[in-house]
Write a protein that binds this ligand. Structure first.
Ligand code: GLN
Length: 503
């Protein structure tokens, strides 16, 4: 058996039956990394020794639970290997956000999501590559190296959580975390045939997530199937008193919602009966690759065959999502990134004793071109005289974009909205680096949900020219359960998610 290929729930079943140990599982993943990561380059930092220590502890804990006859009651991820995007603080493990300005940063604390995953028993394998400060759609903006798409090593894995997506697609981990500010979990998932979930804003704590654009940033699970995404969301969600925008709502049993749905014997042939699916006219406009459109339209027919009713909806402000996002996200970034000054922590370019010179040189050398571009755009949009024309105007348009979704969900009474995650399949490395606008277009379909604060998931739905295509399923705020149900029903009826890149 190739243990690195397992999903979380498959591995859990084998651990429960004592058929495998956490140590065997961890070793299998580390061996896989040895075999393929020189080509994929998903990881920035590996913590192999630490992982094996954690695995031994996990095995000891499994043994204790079993002795007490409570093998089914161990923490949900006990002994499961994970990969974490380098945007997320891990105590004692270097965390760079893909930037040179944090090349020596070892956080003295864990992000809340890490505390939760640790308490659930998961084993950290390493930190994954990403675009610098999560700014990008291809992982080419990393200050360290370029990550490759396991489906075609000449192509990008998407971004900015490209390292997490590539690690997952190459079976170099059982699951991963990414962050999604405007698509960075969903778009790389789409480009690598994996599952990526952006939760409702406020569902998951941002404490300990290196800030890019605070009103948009969310952490999301990246997994091999939908059930695993539900499992991880269940673990990482919940109110955090340390994070002011974290919402104090009970965490639903996401796994139960998906599982119960699966059980009803005899197997329910129309599990999506009574489900109304909205198909936005604006998501099938010019710029969408024909092969991607074909795969997504086929997927909608599958949903219909499962009992759902599909109807066209309109999200009239879709065209404004990109300019709105590229005013608001840089504005917030310009403020968030002011803390990197070569004084408090991180990298210092110290060739002068003069304070301003140290800051100028540190930021000049520590930040890459895209980050500088965003800081300049953001500072400009916020400057006196331009604030009303740009930042304030963009905030108003953000409300209009949110109201588009409200109208579809409330007036048109659709339960979920579906469409493509990315307008294209994975593009070639180097193809868009010199054209920021082309790069920004990779996220045209994922920016609106982030601006509206609503959840969305990308799941595998086919191939075009041998490369994966993702289906995006969007739901109302805090309605992740329904979104997961639709995703799970589709996944059960298809086999795209079982296809693997050959490496
Ligand atoms: N590609 C978008 C950007 O560059 C979104 C990135 C993200 O979600 N972190 O800002």
């Amino acid at each position: 058996m190739e243990l690195h290929r397992l999903t979380i729930h498959q591995a859990r079943a084998l651990l429960e039956k004592s058929e495998i140990s956490a140590t065997e599982l961890t070793r299998a993943v580390l061996d896989r990394i040895d075999a393929v990561d020189a080509r994929v380059k998903a990881y920035l930092t590996l913590v192999a020794e630490r992982a094996l220590d954690q695995a031994r502890d996990a095995d000891a804990r499994w043994a204790e639970y079993r002795r007490a006859g409570k093998g089914g009651e161990t923490p949900p991820l006990l002994g499961i290997p994970m990969a974490i995007k380098d945007e997320i603080c891990t105590r004692g493990v270097r965390t760079t956000a893909g930037s040179k300005i944090l090349n020596n940063f070892v956080p003295p604390y864990d992000a809340t999501v890490m505390e939760k995953l640790n308490a659930a028993g998961a084993i950290l394998i390493g930190k994954t590559n990403q675009d610098e400060f999560a700014m990008g759609s291809s992982t080419e903006n990393s200050r360290y190296f370029v990550t490759r798409n396991p489906w075609d090593l000449e192509r990008v894995p998407g971004g900015s959580s490209g390292g997490s997506a590539a690690a997952l697609a190459a079976d170099e981990t059982l699951f991963a975390l990414g962050t999604d500010t405007g698509g960075s979990v969903r778009q790389p998932a789409a480009l690598t045939n994996t599952v990526g979930l952006r939760p409702t804003y406020g569902r998951v704590s941002r404490y300990g997530i290196i800030a890019f654009a605070s009103s948009l940033d969310q952490v999301g699970p990246m997994t091999k199937d939908v059930r695993d995404a539900a499992t991880i969301l269940r673990v990482i969600a919940g109110h955090d008193p340390r994070e002011a925008t974290s919402v104090n709502l009970p965490v639903p049993d996401f796994v139960g919602a998906v599982g119960a749905f699966n059980k009803t014997p005899p197997q329910d042939k129309t599990p999506l009966q009574n489900m109304r699916v909205g198909v936005p006219r604006e998501y099938f406009a010019a710029g969408l690759q024909p092969g991607v459109e074909r795969a997504v339209r086929d997927a909608i027919r599958v949903l219909e065959s499962l009992g759902a009713t599909a109807q066209e909806v309109t999200l009239p402000h879709t065209d404004y999502a990109l300019p709105t996002y590229y005013l608001l996200a840089p504005a917030e970034a310009s403020a968030n990134l002011a803390r990197y000054d070569g004084v408090k922590y991180g990298y210092r370019h110290a060739e002068s004793n003069e304070m301003w010179e140290v800051m100028r040189a540190t930021r000049g050398d520590g930040f890459g071109a895209e980050v500088k571009r965003r800081i300049m755009l953001g500072a400009y949009a916020l400057s006196a005289g331009y604030y009303d024309a740009y930042y304030l105007k963009a905030q108003k348009v953000r409300t209009l974009i949110k109201q588009d979704f409200d109208r579809a969900f409330d007036a048109e009474r659709v339960d979920v909205i579906v469409g493509p995650t990315s307008p294209s399949v994975a593009f070639k490395i180097g193809e868009r680096v010199d054209d920021p606008l082309q790069m920004y277009l990779a996220d045209v379909f994922t920016l609106s949900q982030a601006l509206a604060g609503i959840p969305a998931i990308s799941i595998p739905c086919g191939f075009d020219q041998g490369l994966p295509v993702g289906l995006q399923i969007i739901a109302r705020a805090f309605d992740e359960e329904r979104m997961l149900r639709v995703a799970f029903a589709y996944e059960q009826a298809t086999e795209w998610h079982t296809r693997k890149a050959s490496l």
